[in-house]
Design a protein around this ligand. Sequence first.
Ligand code: GDP
Ligand code: MG
Length: 362
Amino acid sequence: SDGEILGFLYSKGIKPDGVQTLDRDMVKMICKEYGVEVIDTDPMKVEGLVKKREILDEDDLDKLKDRPPVITIMGHVDHGKTTLLDYIRKSKVAASEAGGITQGIGAYKVQVPVDGKQLPCVFLDTPGHEAFGAMRARGASVTDIAIVVVAADDGIRPQTNEAIAHAKAAGVPIIIAINKIDKDGANPERVMQELSSIGLMPEDWGGDIPMVQISALKGNNIDDLLETVMLVTELQELKANPDRRAKGTVIEAGLDKSKGPFATFIMQNGTLRRGDVVVCGEAFGKVRALFDDGGKRVDEATPSIPVQVIGLNNVPIAGDEFEVVDSLDTAREKAEARAESLRNERISAKAGDGKVTLSSLA
Ligand code: GDP
Ligand code: MG
Protein backbone atom coordinates (compact mmCIF):
# COMPACT_ATOMS: atom_id res chain seq x y z
CA SER A 1 0.00 0.00 0.00
CA ASP A 2 0.97 3.67 -0.28
CA GLY A 3 1.34 3.88 3.48
CA GLU A 4 3.72 0.96 3.55
CA ILE A 5 5.92 2.46 0.85
CA LEU A 6 5.91 5.82 2.61
CA GLY A 7 6.93 4.08 5.81
CA PHE A 8 9.73 2.33 4.00
CA LEU A 9 10.99 5.60 2.49
CA TYR A 10 10.88 7.27 5.92
CA SER A 11 12.93 4.41 7.32
CA LYS A 12 15.57 5.24 4.68
CA GLY A 13 15.59 8.88 5.72
CA ILE A 14 13.60 10.03 2.68
CA LYS A 15 10.64 12.25 3.49
CA PRO A 16 8.37 12.49 0.46
CA ASP A 17 5.99 15.43 0.62
CA GLY A 18 3.09 13.60 -1.00
CA VAL A 19 3.36 15.12 -4.46
CA GLN A 20 7.00 14.45 -5.09
CA THR A 21 7.93 12.15 -7.95
CA LEU A 22 10.26 9.33 -7.03
CA ASP A 23 13.54 9.31 -8.83
CA ARG A 24 14.89 6.22 -10.53
CA ASP A 25 17.11 5.20 -7.62
CA MET A 26 14.26 5.42 -5.12
CA VAL A 27 12.02 3.29 -7.34
CA LYS A 28 14.79 0.72 -7.68
CA MET A 29 15.29 0.68 -3.94
CA ILE A 30 11.56 0.17 -3.30
CA CYS A 31 11.31 -2.58 -5.91
CA LYS A 32 14.28 -4.35 -4.38
CA GLU A 33 12.72 -4.20 -0.91
CA TYR A 34 9.49 -5.74 -2.24
CA GLY A 35 11.21 -8.22 -4.54
CA VAL A 36 9.76 -6.70 -7.70
CA GLU A 37 11.81 -6.86 -10.86
CA VAL A 38 12.59 -3.44 -12.35
CA ILE A 39 12.35 -2.89 -16.05
CA ASP A 40 14.12 0.37 -16.67
CA THR A 41 12.49 2.15 -19.60
CA ASP A 42 14.71 5.18 -19.39
CA PRO A 43 14.86 6.29 -23.04
CA MET A 44 18.54 7.08 -22.50
CA LYS A 45 19.13 3.40 -21.87
CA VAL A 46 17.24 1.95 -24.80
CA GLU A 47 20.05 0.42 -26.73
CA GLY A 48 20.97 1.87 -30.08
CA LEU A 49 18.31 4.57 -29.96
CA VAL A 50 20.31 7.36 -28.47
CA LYS A 51 23.59 8.21 -26.92
CA LYS A 52 23.35 8.63 -23.21
CA ARG A 53 23.78 12.19 -22.07
CA GLU A 54 25.02 11.25 -18.66
CA ILE A 55 27.98 8.95 -18.81
CA LEU A 56 28.46 8.21 -15.17
CA ASP A 57 30.26 5.28 -13.56
CA GLU A 58 29.70 3.74 -10.16
CA ASP A 59 32.77 5.61 -8.86
CA ASP A 60 31.18 8.94 -9.69
CA LEU A 61 28.10 8.45 -7.56
CA ASP A 62 29.41 9.97 -4.34
CA LYS A 63 31.20 12.83 -6.06
CA LEU A 64 28.36 14.20 -8.18
CA LYS A 65 27.91 17.93 -8.43
CA ASP A 66 25.31 19.99 -10.28
CA ARG A 67 26.27 20.80 -13.82
CA PRO A 68 24.87 23.46 -16.18
CA PRO A 69 22.20 22.39 -18.68
CA VAL A 70 23.16 21.99 -22.34
CA ILE A 71 20.37 23.54 -24.36
CA THR A 72 20.12 23.14 -28.12
CA ILE A 73 18.23 25.68 -30.18
CA MET A 74 16.68 23.85 -33.12
CA GLY A 75 14.12 24.62 -35.81
CA HIS A 76 13.59 25.49 -39.45
CA VAL A 77 16.10 27.70 -41.25
CA ASP A 78 15.33 31.43 -40.89
CA HIS A 79 12.91 30.93 -38.03
CA GLY A 80 15.26 32.89 -35.78
CA LYS A 81 17.54 30.44 -33.92
CA THR A 82 20.71 32.52 -34.22
CA THR A 83 18.85 35.75 -33.51
CA LEU A 84 17.44 34.22 -30.33
CA LEU A 85 20.87 33.09 -29.21
CA ASP A 86 22.29 36.51 -30.08
CA TYR A 87 19.68 38.16 -27.92
CA ILE A 88 20.42 35.81 -25.04
CA ARG A 89 24.17 36.35 -25.42
CA LYS A 90 23.82 40.04 -26.24
CA SER A 91 25.88 39.49 -29.38
CA LYS A 92 25.44 39.83 -33.12
CA VAL A 93 26.37 36.56 -34.81
CA ALA A 94 23.29 36.34 -37.09
CA ALA A 95 24.15 39.54 -38.93
CA SER A 96 27.68 38.41 -39.79
CA GLU A 97 26.85 34.92 -41.10
CA ALA A 98 27.48 34.03 -44.74
CA GLY A 99 24.09 33.91 -46.44
CA GLY A 100 22.42 34.05 -43.04
CA ILE A 101 22.98 30.33 -42.53
CA THR A 102 24.77 29.03 -39.49
CA GLN A 103 27.62 26.79 -40.64
CA GLY A 104 28.90 24.88 -37.65
CA ILE A 105 27.52 24.30 -34.19
CA GLY A 106 28.20 27.36 -32.13
CA ALA A 107 28.45 26.51 -28.45
CA TYR A 108 28.22 29.23 -25.84
CA LYS A 109 28.19 29.51 -22.10
CA VAL A 110 25.76 32.14 -20.89
CA GLN A 111 25.03 33.37 -17.37
CA VAL A 112 21.25 33.49 -17.10
CA PRO A 113 19.84 35.79 -14.41
CA VAL A 114 17.20 33.96 -12.35
CA ASP A 115 15.82 35.30 -9.06
CA GLY A 116 18.79 37.60 -8.63
CA LYS A 117 21.25 34.76 -9.17
CA GLN A 118 23.37 34.11 -12.26
CA LEU A 119 23.06 30.51 -13.41
CA PRO A 120 25.37 29.13 -16.08
CA CYS A 121 23.74 27.54 -19.14
CA VAL A 122 25.33 26.20 -22.30
CA PHE A 123 23.56 26.91 -25.56
CA LEU A 124 24.16 25.16 -28.89
CA ASP A 125 23.07 26.81 -32.13
CA THR A 126 22.53 24.07 -34.69
CA PRO A 127 23.12 24.66 -38.36
CA GLY A 128 20.09 25.30 -40.53
CA HIS A 129 21.37 24.02 -43.83
CA GLU A 130 19.61 20.93 -45.15
CA ALA A 131 22.85 18.98 -45.51
CA PHE A 132 23.32 19.19 -41.77
CA GLY A 133 20.58 16.82 -40.66
CA ALA A 134 23.07 14.40 -39.17
CA MET A 135 24.81 17.14 -37.27
CA ARG A 136 21.52 18.36 -35.87
CA ALA A 137 20.86 14.82 -34.71
CA ARG A 138 24.23 14.82 -32.93
CA GLY A 139 23.40 18.17 -31.38
CA ALA A 140 20.30 16.58 -29.91
CA SER A 141 22.28 13.73 -28.37
CA VAL A 142 24.44 15.90 -26.09
CA THR A 143 21.48 18.06 -25.20
CA ASP A 144 19.53 18.24 -21.96
CA ILE A 145 16.78 20.53 -23.28
CA ALA A 146 15.69 21.38 -26.84
CA ILE A 147 14.26 24.78 -27.62
CA VAL A 148 12.41 24.40 -30.91
CA VAL A 149 11.93 27.76 -32.58
CA VAL A 150 8.86 28.13 -34.82
CA ALA A 151 8.21 31.40 -36.66
CA ALA A 152 4.69 32.62 -35.96
CA ASP A 153 4.30 33.86 -39.54
CA ASP A 154 5.40 30.58 -41.10
CA GLY A 155 4.38 27.67 -38.84
CA ILE A 156 5.67 24.11 -38.86
CA ARG A 157 8.14 23.41 -41.66
CA PRO A 158 10.24 20.32 -42.55
CA GLN A 159 13.14 21.11 -40.21
CA THR A 160 10.67 21.87 -37.42
CA ASN A 161 9.38 18.31 -37.71
CA GLU A 162 12.92 17.00 -37.94
CA ALA A 163 13.99 18.90 -34.83
CA ILE A 164 11.00 17.58 -32.88
CA ALA A 165 11.74 14.03 -34.06
CA HIS A 166 15.41 14.30 -32.97
CA ALA A 167 14.47 15.69 -29.58
CA LYS A 168 11.86 12.98 -29.05
CA ALA A 169 14.23 10.21 -30.17
CA ALA A 170 16.84 11.50 -27.73
CA GLY A 171 14.28 11.71 -24.91
CA VAL A 172 15.03 15.41 -24.49
CA PRO A 173 12.36 17.72 -23.05
CA ILE A 174 11.06 20.21 -25.61
CA ILE A 175 10.28 23.87 -25.09
CA ILE A 176 8.63 25.64 -28.03
CA ALA A 177 9.61 29.24 -28.74
CA ILE A 178 6.96 30.75 -31.03
CA ASN A 179 9.05 33.50 -32.57
CA LYS A 180 8.53 36.68 -34.61
CA ILE A 181 5.33 37.63 -32.81
CA ASP A 182 6.20 41.25 -33.62
CA LYS A 183 5.63 40.64 -37.33
CA ASP A 184 2.52 41.46 -39.34
CA GLY A 185 0.87 38.17 -40.18
CA ALA A 186 2.17 36.49 -37.03
CA ASN A 187 -0.37 33.91 -35.90
CA PRO A 188 0.87 32.18 -32.73
CA GLU A 189 -2.50 30.47 -32.15
CA ARG A 190 -2.26 28.76 -35.51
CA VAL A 191 1.24 27.51 -34.64
CA MET A 192 -0.13 26.11 -31.38
CA GLN A 193 -2.91 24.35 -33.29
CA GLU A 194 -0.42 22.89 -35.76
CA LEU A 195 1.76 21.66 -32.90
CA SER A 196 -1.22 20.12 -31.10
CA SER A 197 -2.16 18.28 -34.26
CA ILE A 198 1.24 16.55 -34.23
CA GLY A 199 0.93 15.61 -30.58
CA LEU A 200 2.60 18.55 -28.86
CA MET A 201 -0.12 19.98 -26.65
CA PRO A 202 0.62 23.43 -25.17
CA GLU A 203 0.66 23.69 -21.37
CA ASP A 204 -1.79 26.58 -21.70
CA TRP A 205 -4.27 24.20 -23.28
CA GLY A 206 -3.80 21.55 -20.61
CA GLY A 207 -0.93 19.72 -22.28
CA ASP A 208 2.63 19.27 -21.11
CA ILE A 209 4.69 21.21 -23.64
CA PRO A 210 5.76 24.69 -22.51
CA MET A 211 5.33 27.22 -25.31
CA VAL A 212 6.49 30.81 -25.04
CA GLN A 213 5.61 33.53 -27.54
CA ILE A 214 8.66 35.63 -28.23
CA SER A 215 10.30 38.13 -30.50
CA ALA A 216 13.97 37.22 -30.70
CA LEU A 217 14.59 40.45 -32.59
CA LYS A 218 12.88 42.81 -30.15
CA GLY A 219 13.52 40.74 -27.05
CA ASN A 220 9.86 40.25 -26.05
CA ASN A 221 9.29 37.51 -23.44
CA ILE A 222 12.84 36.16 -23.60
CA ASP A 223 12.89 36.36 -19.81
CA ASP A 224 9.82 34.06 -19.72
CA LEU A 225 11.56 31.67 -22.05
CA LEU A 226 14.69 31.58 -19.87
CA GLU A 227 12.59 31.09 -16.76
CA THR A 228 10.92 28.13 -18.45
CA VAL A 229 14.35 26.74 -19.32
CA MET A 230 15.41 27.00 -15.69
CA LEU A 231 12.22 25.27 -14.47
CA VAL A 232 12.76 22.37 -16.87
CA THR A 233 16.45 22.25 -15.85
CA GLU A 234 15.59 21.94 -12.18
CA LEU A 235 13.39 18.92 -12.87
CA GLN A 236 16.26 17.18 -14.61
CA GLU A 237 18.70 17.24 -11.67
CA LEU A 238 21.72 17.33 -13.96
CA LYS A 239 24.87 16.00 -12.34
CA ALA A 240 28.41 15.06 -13.21
CA ASN A 241 31.63 14.29 -11.40
CA PRO A 242 34.10 17.12 -12.10
CA ASP A 243 36.72 15.19 -10.17
CA ARG A 244 37.71 12.59 -12.78
CA ARG A 245 39.15 12.30 -16.28
CA ALA A 246 37.03 14.00 -18.91
CA LYS A 247 34.63 12.23 -21.27
CA GLY A 248 32.26 13.73 -23.78
CA THR A 249 31.34 14.37 -27.39
CA VAL A 250 32.88 16.28 -30.28
CA ILE A 251 30.34 18.75 -31.60
CA GLU A 252 32.44 20.43 -34.23
CA ALA A 253 35.87 19.88 -35.79
CA GLY A 254 38.02 21.21 -38.57
CA LEU A 255 41.44 22.18 -39.78
CA ASP A 256 42.83 25.60 -39.02
CA LYS A 257 45.66 26.87 -41.24
CA SER A 258 47.83 27.92 -38.34
CA LYS A 259 46.53 25.87 -35.40
CA GLY A 260 46.10 22.53 -37.24
CA PRO A 261 43.28 20.15 -36.36
CA PHE A 262 40.84 21.58 -33.84
CA ALA A 263 37.72 20.19 -32.22
CA THR A 264 35.02 21.59 -29.98
CA PHE A 265 34.31 19.23 -27.11
CA ILE A 266 31.39 19.21 -24.73
CA MET A 267 32.35 17.71 -21.39
CA GLN A 268 29.72 15.22 -20.29
CA ASN A 269 31.65 14.08 -17.27
CA GLY A 270 34.93 15.02 -15.64
CA THR A 271 37.28 17.94 -16.19
CA LEU A 272 39.60 18.36 -19.17
CA ARG A 273 42.95 20.06 -18.59
CA ARG A 274 45.80 21.29 -20.72
CA GLY A 275 48.35 18.48 -21.03
CA ASP A 276 45.73 15.69 -20.86
CA VAL A 277 46.02 12.93 -23.45
CA VAL A 278 42.77 12.37 -25.33
CA VAL A 279 41.50 9.88 -27.82
CA CYS A 280 38.52 10.89 -29.90
CA GLY A 281 37.24 8.69 -32.66
CA GLU A 282 40.24 7.88 -34.81
CA ALA A 283 42.18 10.93 -33.66
CA PHE A 284 44.32 11.34 -30.56
CA GLY A 285 46.87 13.67 -29.04
CA LYS A 286 48.01 15.71 -26.10
CA VAL A 287 45.90 18.78 -25.40
CA ARG A 288 48.24 21.68 -26.26
CA ALA A 289 45.77 24.48 -25.76
CA LEU A 290 42.16 25.01 -24.74
CA PHE A 291 40.02 27.94 -25.84
CA ASP A 292 36.69 28.94 -24.37
CA ASP A 293 33.66 30.09 -26.40
CA GLY A 294 35.10 33.60 -26.54
CA GLY A 295 38.40 32.37 -28.03
CA LYS A 296 40.22 32.96 -24.75
CA ARG A 297 42.87 30.51 -23.57
CA VAL A 298 41.77 28.49 -20.54
CA ASP A 299 43.44 25.81 -18.43
CA GLU A 300 40.46 23.51 -17.98
CA ALA A 301 36.86 22.73 -18.91
CA THR A 302 34.41 21.38 -16.33
CA PRO A 303 31.21 19.34 -17.00
CA SER A 304 28.83 20.71 -19.70
CA ILE A 305 31.33 23.38 -20.73
CA PRO A 306 32.25 23.60 -24.43
CA VAL A 307 35.90 24.08 -25.24
CA GLN A 308 38.01 24.14 -28.38
CA VAL A 309 40.93 21.74 -28.24
CA ILE A 310 44.22 21.97 -30.11
CA GLY A 311 46.80 19.18 -30.20
CA LEU A 312 45.04 16.31 -31.99
CA ASN A 313 46.91 14.47 -34.75
CA ASN A 314 43.86 14.44 -36.99
CA VAL A 315 40.45 16.02 -37.50
CA PRO A 316 37.78 13.99 -35.66
CA ILE A 317 34.14 13.82 -36.77
CA ALA A 318 31.34 15.72 -35.08
CA GLY A 319 29.55 13.17 -32.94
CA ASP A 320 32.73 11.24 -32.03
CA GLU A 321 33.14 10.55 -28.37
CA PHE A 322 36.34 11.53 -26.62
CA GLU A 323 37.97 10.43 -23.41
CA VAL A 324 41.12 11.20 -21.51
CA VAL A 325 43.51 8.26 -21.19
CA ASP A 326 46.73 7.73 -19.25
CA SER A 327 49.30 7.87 -22.02
CA LEU A 328 49.92 8.57 -25.69
CA ASP A 329 50.53 4.84 -26.22
CA THR A 330 47.09 3.96 -24.88
CA ALA A 331 45.56 6.75 -26.96
CA ARG A 332 47.26 5.51 -30.13
CA GLU A 333 46.12 1.94 -29.47
CA LYS A 334 42.52 2.99 -28.89
CA ALA A 335 42.47 5.23 -31.95
CA GLU A 336 43.87 2.44 -34.11
CA ALA A 337 41.40 -0.10 -32.73
CA ARG A 338 38.61 2.29 -33.54
CA ALA A 339 39.92 2.92 -37.07
CA GLU A 340 40.15 -0.83 -37.59
CA SER A 341 36.60 -1.50 -36.42
CA LEU A 342 35.31 1.30 -38.64
CA ARG A 343 37.12 -0.23 -41.63
CA ASN A 344 35.46 -3.56 -40.91
CA GLU A 345 32.06 -1.91 -40.57
CA ARG A 346 32.52 -0.27 -43.93
CA ILE A 347 33.56 -3.51 -45.56
CA SER A 348 30.57 -5.38 -44.13
CA ALA A 349 28.28 -2.51 -45.07
CA LYS A 350 29.50 -2.84 -48.64
CA ALA A 351 29.28 -6.61 -48.62
CA GLY A 352 25.87 -6.53 -46.93
CA ASP A 353 23.50 -5.04 -49.44
CA GLY A 354 25.78 -3.44 -51.96
CA LYS A 355 24.72 -0.03 -50.75
CA VAL A 356 27.00 2.32 -48.90
CA THR A 357 25.24 4.84 -46.76
CA LEU A 358 26.61 8.26 -46.02
CA SER A 359 27.10 7.38 -42.38
CA SER A 360 28.97 4.19 -43.20
CA LEU A 361 31.44 6.33 -45.09
CA ALA A 362 31.55 9.24 -42.71
P1 GDP B 1 18.06 30.90 -38.20
O1 GDP B 1 18.33 30.43 -39.60
O2 GDP B 1 16.96 30.11 -37.57
O3 GDP B 1 19.30 31.00 -37.37
O4 GDP B 1 17.44 32.38 -38.35
P2 GDP B 1 18.14 33.79 -38.11
O5 GDP B 1 18.32 34.06 -36.66
O6 GDP B 1 19.33 33.90 -38.98
O7 GDP B 1 16.96 34.78 -38.57
C1 GDP B 1 16.45 34.79 -39.89
C2 GDP B 1 15.85 36.16 -40.18
O8 GDP B 1 14.68 36.38 -39.36
C3 GDP B 1 16.81 37.31 -39.89
O9 GDP B 1 16.65 38.28 -40.90
C4 GDP B 1 16.31 37.84 -38.55
O10 GDP B 1 16.57 39.21 -38.38
C5 GDP B 1 14.81 37.59 -38.66
N1 GDP B 1 14.20 37.42 -37.33
C6 GDP B 1 14.59 36.56 -36.37
N2 GDP B 1 13.80 36.68 -35.28
C7 GDP B 1 12.90 37.65 -35.55
C8 GDP B 1 11.82 38.26 -34.80
O11 GDP B 1 11.52 37.93 -33.66
N3 GDP B 1 11.10 39.21 -35.45
C9 GDP B 1 11.37 39.62 -36.72
N4 GDP B 1 10.62 40.57 -37.24
N5 GDP B 1 12.40 39.09 -37.44
C10 GDP B 1 13.15 38.12 -36.87
MG1 MG C 1 21.22 30.31 -37.67
